[in-house]
Design a protein around this ligand. Structure first.
Ligand code: FNR
Length: 367
């Protein structure tokens, strides 16, 4: 049931505290460290305003786009979000159903509670990509890629910004502990996952000789590309040079992201990094964006600054906790309608009409 009184996607954030225990909410909402980057992600949208334009005919308007060979009816994807059983017993199978129903491409996490095959079944006629964390052993990485291929995932999204992650301070303070029944459904042991923080031998650094020992390098990415028939994307790009390297090394596309502020605390806001990345990869390279999208207007700004489409992370979790698949579908519908209204008011009939000329910097005099 969708509770009455939900007027926009973000209303689920207000409601979800009645559905999620406080320590779990702290884990889900938290960023890394002192939450600087998480908060910057949201604040960055206030650096831009949108020009209203008058008397434009948008009656032929639509939000369709072609993305990596797929025809999508709108530019909202569901970002990979781990351990969704924390907020709903149906976990990722609920989000997968919502994605299929609303025509949103689903990016399923390596660290999903449900196995990727169950997610695929729930998403049967939907479009889905698989977010791959490199595992310490290549055979395990390869096995995940094979399973994703077999289950109808159409791309692999390698997340590279989380080889090491400090725990969220707010989650620590709230006493959050991952429940025993919340294992990663795709993996034999959680110790093999990127969320773990492995021990190092005495006298060695838990970071350099511990967590980073298993971190991938370019050779691993090249290996993965040669191993799979699926296009390989990279998620977690912020620096323009990293984006240019991805393009030069044959990566299919990149996702500008700072993991919702959960990786390097102090990293730039995703939106602030976006124009530089677009400039570095050129106009024709597939480029997605996430970090702080809470409304259709936010999506409009990201599209104007160079993204082809956007992913939503926390919004889907809030809605999942409140109303399962129905809630997630509702969020996608609300976002799409807000984007359409924004496009119409800005005089943009199609996504191709949205560009930097649609925005004005909020803190500078208007030209
Ligand atoms: C994430 N994110 C993430 N990313 C990824 O590549 N693999 C994963 O397993 C997860 N897990 C995860 C769990 C939780 C609780 C959150 C909040 C986020 C990051 C996610 O894909 C995305 O980059 C951000 O969530 C986008 O920011 P917003 O939309 O949450 O502001």
């Amino acid at each position: 049931q969708i509770p009455p009184g939900i007027a926009c996607a973000r209303d689920y954030e207000l409601l979800c505290e009645h559905f999620i225990p406080a320590p779990t909410l702290a884990y889900l909402a938290g960023g890394a460290g002192h939450d600087r980057t998480r908060d910057a992600n949201l604040a960055a949208f206030d650096d831009w305003t949108i020009w209203p334009r008058l008397l434009r005919d948008v009656t032929h308007g639509h939000t369709r786009l072609a993305l990596a060979g797929a025809e999508l009816s709108h530019p909202f994807l569901l970002a990979p979000v781990a351990f969704q059983k924390l907020v709903h017993p149906g976990a990722e199978t609920e989000t997968a159903r919502a994605a299929a129903a609303l025509g949103a491409c689903l990016v399923a996490s390596t660290l999903s509670s449900a196995p990727l095959e169950d997610i695929a079944t729930a998403n049967a006629d939907g479009r889905r990509w698989f977010q791959l964390y490199f595992q310490p052993e290549r055979a395990a990485t390869q096995a995940l890629a094979r399973r994703a291929e077999a289950a109808g995932y159409e791309a692999l999204v390698v997340t590279l910004d989380a080889a090491i992650r400090l725990p969220s301070l707010s989650a620590l303070r709230a006493g959050f502990v991952m429940p025993a029944d919340c294992a990663a459904g795709n993996l034999q042991t959680l110790a093999a996952s990127a969320e773990a923080f492995p021990a190092a031998p005495p006298g060695q650094s838990r970071i350099f000789q511990g967590a980073m020992r298993a971190a991938p390098g370019w050779a691993d990415l090249d290996w993965l590309r040669s191993e799979t028939r699926l296009p390989v994307w990279v998620k977690g790009v912020l620096h323009p040079d990293d984006a240019a390297d991805c393009r030069a090394r044959g990566i299919a596309g990149v996702i500008v992201s700072n993991h919702g502020g959960r990786a390097l605390d102090g990293a730039p806001a995703s939106l602030a990094a976006l124009p530089g990345v677009r400039a570095a990869v050129g106009a024709d390279y597939p480029l997605l964006f996430d970090g702080g999208i809470r409304s259709g207007g936010d999506a409009f700004k990201a599209l104007a600054l160079g993204a082809n489409a956007v992913l939503v992370g926390r919004l889907q979790v809030w809605a999942l906790s409140v109303a399962g698949a129905l809630g997630v579908a509702h969020v996608l519908k609300l976002l799409r309608e807000e984007l359409e209204a924004c496009m119409a008011q800005a005089g943009c009939a199609t996504l191709a009409d949205i560009g930097p000329h649609c925005l004005a910097a909020a803190h500078e005099p208007l030209a």
